[in-house]
Design a protein around this ligand. Sequence first.
Ligand code: SAM
Length: 374
Amino acid sequence: MPRLTHEEILHWLREEDPSALEQLFARADEARRAHVGDDIHLRGLIEISSYCVRQCHYCGLRSARSMPRYRMSREEILAGARQAVELGFGTVVLQSGEDFGIEAEWLAEIIRTIKIETPLAITLSLGERRSGELRLWREAGADRYLLRFETSDPALYAAIHPQRGAVVSDRIALLRELRTLGYEIGSGVMVGIPGQTCEMLARDIELFESLDLDMVGIGPFLAHPDTPLGAPGVATAGPGQVPSSEWMVLKAVALTRLVCPEANLPSTTALATINTLDGREHGLQSGANVFMPVLTPAPYRQMYQIYPGKACIDEDATQCNHCLRDRIENLGRTVGTGPGGRFSRTPSQSVPTLRSQPRFTPQKDRPSPLVVLP
Ligand code: SAM
């Protein structure tokens, strides 16, 4: 498939005609089918700690917020991994704020135990940790690492990520390092972060391609009222602001599928949050091939609110599993088995259903609340 040029990516990001967009989504869906098949992989997400040393201007976990925080015990994490196996998932994702209270050797022992006791692939998403820690966890058996670069624009990045003491944040360099350590690497961005323009988002998508990412997570920015970018009254966006709308997210997901055809792309919980009815399905019909159901124990979920109103937060893991499996089947797709990594795909063992959902027609977006940089 010929590479998309910068101008083509930009053109599609600015396109608003529903019938033209339907073609883009159909093209991405075809690329998804040709390169990663009909399987939807389920990754059980365990949010292991809400402590964070960072001050990201958009995130509900930022350390400046005074709120109850938690760090899960070894036994709770292992119980979550066992539940992932019982529910038929092939991967468990251990995510947290950037919490140096998660000690490297403590986590390495948990990773080794999960690898000995279960067939699960392990994805880590723990922020910017030190090289020695990342190496230790890889040697303990962790398979993948997720670290969104959030924006490829250095000025916007600096404006929304205050530096932590003398530590210089370079997530793109860290992703390259993670690759040399042998991890499958995942990154991504929020769509509609205040200050983001279509030019920037186009360059983000080109960076996904040049990093040859194995996983790309794309969701809408959702304003958190207790953060600098979500404070009430910081309303109305500047000129050229990308909206944090469903339609814009779907365009970015579809274009990402076209430039990274083999990557695993989740239909994100944030997308389901802005369209609780069928946002998840729209993601899967625009190039995505992964769901990440939350396995965090109920008492902790309310304390891991990176943005308010997170979809499905009140569902237990079993209900959520049934709901997602029904949604997958209703689309005529299959639930993937095995680890489902970019380099460890197993052909589907389930029988594909012939029932196939008519493609959705993009509707003009509802207006979204927008904010500008303070
Ligand atoms: N600490 C790890 C890190 O920084 O990569 C992982 C946890 S962090 C909460 C996971 C992701 O949540 C971030 O990469 C960011 O893209 C997303 N996120 C944070 N605040 C958000 C918001 N207000 N709206 C949408 N997504 C948000």
